[in-house]
Design a protein around this ligand. Structure first.
Ligand code: SF4
Ligand code: SF4
Ligand code: SF4
Length: 270
């Protein structure tokens, strides 16, 4: 993927203004949804077919001061994408920029991508029976624009660039903020060959409910790399074997059926 692009979310710069969520809704014509008032400023608690990104708020009391820790959630656009591997209808693919998109013409709403997503992202719309999630704004990036959420982010907590630029930027930034945020880490999921939404986190991944070292489940790999490609052959083999067996058995049965009375006649010879 020569043109692989990425987004960096830098938690040390995010102010939780939530402009990114609104920009996503606006660009993708997604309607607003009712939220529940809780004791937190966090509005959305989870993804829906019409909410593809939102900010989580966590409050931590440490060293006699309150710290607010923010995190932007959306599809991570995994290079090794479990959703893509699990989809039996080739409805999920990578764009030439490396973002993961769902083709709604092909999607049948089976929910395999939902069940197998490493980060619990896609959601099935009950009316259309199709899976939905962040697209990475392909119609923008293919025209040289930034994704809508990145475009709107004023403190530059979201940055868009080539994969190499983003990784270099993330490593430099991490080094810079370490004295102030000693627990900060770079989150890029190497077992997924990287995620195209890369993060600088201010705490360990588990604090944000992220898997520490995510990988595509072995069962999904076996399904995609072995059962699907060879499944057709295996089924054809099984049908052939059954047919041959049936003919053979039928042949034997036929002989036996006719042989039996004959046998009795022949039995005279016994
Ligand atoms: S627009 Fe930027 S600063 Fe505001 S919540 Fe989103 S990522 Fe954070
Ligand atoms: S986060 Fe989930 S939906 Fe997004 S690419 Fe990865 S596996 Fe697929
Ligand atoms: S990349 Fe586009 S679709 Fe994805 S969260 Fe940002 S604005 Fe929404």
């Amino acid at each position: 993927m020569a043109d692989r692009m990425s987004v960096l979310f830098d938690a040390s710069k995010c102010t939780a203004c939530q402009a990114c969520s609104i920009a996503c809704k606006q660009w993708n014509s997604l309607p607003a949804e009712k939220t529940t008032l809780t004791s937190s400023y966090q509005t959305h608690q989870t993804f829906t077919p019409q909410t593809w990104t939102f900010i989580t708020f966590k409050e931590v009391w440490a060293n006699n001061k309150m710290e607010w820790l923010f995190f932007k959630k959306q599809c991570m656009h995994c290079a090794e994408a479990a959703c893509l591997k699990a989809c039996n209808h080739d409805a999920i693919s990578h764009t030439d920029k490396g973002f993961v998109v769902i083709d709604h013409e092909k999607c049948i709403g089976c929910g395999y991508c939902v069940t197998n997503c490493t980060f619990n992202v896609p959601r099935i719309h009950p009316k259309t029976n199709k899976a939905y999630k962040c697209t990475g704004c392909p119609e923008r990036v293919s025209n040289g624009l930034k994704p809508a959420c990145v475009q709107t982010c004023q403190p530059e907590a979201l940055v868009y660039g080539t994969r190499d630029e983003i990784m270099a930027m993330a490593k430099n930034r991490l080094e810079k903020i370490k004295p102030l945020h000693p627990q900060a880490v770079l989150y890029d999921a190497p077992k997924l060959e990287g995620v195209n939404f890369t993060y600088i986190l201010l705490r360990e991944p588990e604090f944000y409910q992220l898997p520490n070292d995510p990988a595509v489940p072995v069962s999904v790999d076996i399904w995609k790399d072995f059962i699907r490609p060879f499944g057709g052959l295996a089924i054809a083999g099984a049908v052939l074997a059954t047919t041959v067996g049936f003919i053979k058995t039928r042949g034997q049965t036929t002989e036996h059926d006719y042989a039996s009375p004959k046998g009795k006649e022949v039995g005279k010879d016994e």
